[in-house]
Design a protein around this ligand. Structure first.
Ligand code: 1HE
Length: 275
């Protein structure tokens, strides 16, 4: 795969995809969106987790407003463009491979929609969030009404859009827009390093377990209780067919596996702002 607006690399089992249009603050035009869809449609089988990050001071400024202005899209043309965003970001959320986003600076409009499709969001302390569509005279079209609203709640998203206000990294963390905040000034690891370590740790889970987590939990949240419990039962039955179940459970039974204790080294300490 060769791209113009993305850089791609592999670090062990982690695929690293970097938005590479910093001169335009990584705004997403049709060409960039097509490359995002292509990357997430054809992830090689040996990649077990993906780190999604961005060049420059800002993660993503959202829809390319210059292209939108120049193209003077009709309603139907813009609906088709946005359906392309839905398709590409669905591949991120439901592609079966955990995606860890590393955020900095502006995560706004379509940039927040992109981040909302990732499964884990690590934010540098410079990160801020906003939905400024109202001030531009448009609306969200990259899935925010579904994905972002489910993170922050529908009423909070309405308020964010109506006011167009900046949500700083502290509030973003409280709302779930960031799961981890890295502030090197207080001794945290840089966000990109922490996000890579998380991706490597996640890549070490059993692949079928990861597949179940990223494909089923959000879908089950849309189901009735009865259907959801049935789907969960089917999902664990599929995961139970994995080669690694006996080996991993056996390691615990043989007292060779890490315990789930704060001091056991079983997990990376979360980087969180106090309060
Ligand atoms: C852009 C875009 C863009 C920057 N489309 N070109 N999103 C927004 O409303 C956010 C608009 N952008 C900004 O508010 C600011 O650019 C930033 C806060 C992100 C960064 O500010 P700054 O001072 O670092 O950079 P800048 O000087 O504003 O921009 C640098 C260049 O990037 C400049 O281009 P240049 O050719 O003059 O150098 C900008 O025009 C360009 N640029 N942002 C196009 N968004 C599926 S629907 C989704 C709906 C939405 O996403 S609406 C929200 C749109």
């Amino acid at each position: 795969m060769s791209f113009q607006y993305l850089k791609t690399a592999e670090i062990g089992a982690v695929g690293v995809v970097t938005l590479d249009r910093a001169s335009k603050r990584n705004a997403i035009d049709e060409a960039t969106l097509a490359e995002i869809e292509e990357y997430f449609s054809s992830v090689p089988g040996h990649i077990k987790a993906i780190l999604l990050k961005a060049e420059g001071e800002h993660f993503c400024a959202g829809l390319d407003l210059k292209e939108h202005f120049d193209k003077k899209r009709t309603p139907v043309e813009f609906m088709r463009v946005c359906q392309g965003w839905h398709r590409a970001f669905d591949k991120i959320q439901f592609g079966g491979i955990p995606v860890i986003a590393c955020l900095q600076g502006a995560v706004v409009g379509g940039g927040l929609e992109l981040a909302s499709a990732a499964h884990v969001r690590v934010a540098d302390v410079s990160t801020y969030f906003a939905l400024p569509e109202g001030t531009r005279g448009i609306f969200t079209g990259g899935g925010a009404t579904v994905r972002t609203a489910r993170i922050v709640s529908a009423p909070r998203m309405v308020e964010m859009m109506l006011t167009g206000r900046i949500v700083d990294v502290h509030e973003g963390h409280r709302l779930g827009l960031a799961h981890h905040v890295c502030d090197p000034a207080r001794g945290d690891m840089p966000a990109a390093e922490f996000a890579l370590e998380l991706a490597q740790k996640i890549a070490g889970n059993a692949p079928l377990s990861n597949y179940a987590m990223v494909t089923s939990i959000s879908r089950i949240a849309d189901m009735s209780t009865t259907d959801g419990l049935f789907a969960e039962g089917l999902m664990i039955a599929v995961v139970q067919s994995g080669d690694e179940v006996q080996q991993r459970v056996g390691e615990f039974v043989a007292k060779k596996a890490a315990k789930v204790k704060p001091d056991s080294g079983a997990g990376l300490a979360p980087q969180r702002l106090p309060g």
